[in-house]
Design a protein around this ligand. Sequence first.
Ligand code: AMP
Length: 140
Amino acid sequence: MTYDPDNIFAKILRGEIPSTQVYEDDDTLVFMDIMPRADGHCLVIPKTPCRNVLDASPEQLLACMKTTQKISQAAMAAFDAGGVTIQQFNEAVGGQEVFHLHFHILPRHDGIKLRPPGKMEDADVIAANAEKICAALAEG
Ligand code: AMP
């Protein structure tokens, strides 16, 4: 399977479509999922191309894991969460829909299930939740 440079996350990286970004460094970008399954649901991606874990380089995986840990800590603080679910899917059969490597960060609260997939959230709600994560990151 080859990397499609016109996948939606590649377009976000090139600034061709909008996203609500919460963090970036030299190697990774983090933005809010438009169909959040929990408040604060965001996605960590490498800035360089790969489809998923199966073709990612060790460097891409390391960069994504470092950012995933950092943002998970901030998202838990931002939403006063008791835990975090990190999801990652590989190829269509594995549940992947967008073929640029990404890690889902889902803050969790006791007794509250993930919402069903596929429901768009209001842009202002997503923006407010992004602000909370940014504030937690700023506080360290
Ligand atoms: P999956 O490939 O199965 O891990 O799912 C892709 C995820 O990307 C889903 O949670 C979608 O809600 C999310 N998604 C799709 N398009 C966008 C977009 N333009 N901005 C942010 N998230 C998106």
